[in-house]
Design a binder for this molecule. Sequence first.
Ligand code: NAP
Ligand code: F7E
Length: 333
Amino acid sequence: MAKRSALITGITGQDGSYLAELLVNKGYEVHGLVRRTSSVNTARIEHILDKIQLIPGDLTDESSLVSAIRKSKPDEIYNLAAQSFVGSSWSQPIFTGETTAIGVTRLLEAIRTAGSDARFYQASSSEMFGKVQATPQNEKTPFYPRSPYAVAKLYGHWITVNYRESFGMYACSGILFNHESPRRGIEFVTRKISDGVARIYHGLQDELRLGNLDSKRDWGFAGDYVEAMWLMLQQENPDDYVIGTGETHSVREFCELAFGAAGLDWEKYVKIDPRFVRPAEVDLLLGDASKAKNVLGWKPKVTFPQLVKMMVESDIELVARDMKSKGKTPRSE
Ligand code: NAP
Ligand code: F7E
């Protein structure tokens, strides 16, 4: 039987790297769309570069998307590419809209132009619930986006639903709550904390500046969440699913556990800095993933304490390696 082919946009990102690993292990021919950058940014997929194929392209350039689809002939397309940092979406609202919102339509149109019958996954977000109208949030909860990023994701969600209903496409929107890992971008709060803890542990800095410690998130492990993406495209019918752990924790709790994992007291090091407080906040997110559990048979494996520990241990090791490479001595044990 011919190998199944998948095209992943955003393959250089956190989720793209885990999804590529998952699909390679399942025997897929994996293609990844990569945009032109002035320096190499394939660190997260370095270890599987010989098992995947990279295709140049950008969500702002539809012709490159048509070419990528013609070249990869995918059975499944995972649209993970986006300007994904909520904080930057206020300073770059138009770019965020171009990529995170209209980029979805460009990709859906490219599928039609290329005459492809690939199944389509759209990376939607719990940020769409924003100022939450009910708790916990499920597929029926009304949306109330609170940032240019969330507004853009809401457009991406509805255009996916609309192309499914208009053209009969197998298109799914996965409404994923926050998911983290040692590969998380450094600007997101969890990784900022685990990296900060590691630097403090090794004596490289003596404080960590953060914004709102009261906001609460439903944090899971990215490796568990890419499994749900794949499952959504293996069903008889396309549908939308909420993916979360069903637990919520504050940024403060994350700090407590993360500093604690390194034997440190967070209150001695964390300082509040208004620069990191957002113009509009999402106070509380808590996912109800019952539908995914019942229909897809999905549930998360990594617990919140395990996630925090995994991230802190990884950063302590990463910072130590970096120090050694610069001739500095990291703290031992
Ligand atoms: P990420 O680490 O920020 O990765 C984003 C990816 O998109 C990168 O590969 C980036 O490429 C690529 N990209 C950005 N602009 C592009 C463009 N114009 N054309 C082509 N590629 C472009 O994000 P992530 O955490 O893996 O998240 C994956 C997706 O899920 C995103 O759409 C995000 O918004 C969504 N999501 C994430 C979460 C979460 O908690 N992680 C939750 C819900 C939804 P470069 O490497 O070149 O920058
Ligand atoms: O913020 C608060 C901040 O940037 C989490 C993206 O993957 O998940 C992510 O979006 C919370 C917010 O993630 C700092 O105000 C406090 O309340 O880690 P974050 P996010 O905004 O929840 C969703 C589901 C996505 O879809 C997005 O793509 O932490 N916070 N102090 C801080 N946040 C940051 N970044 N930095 C701080 O210093």
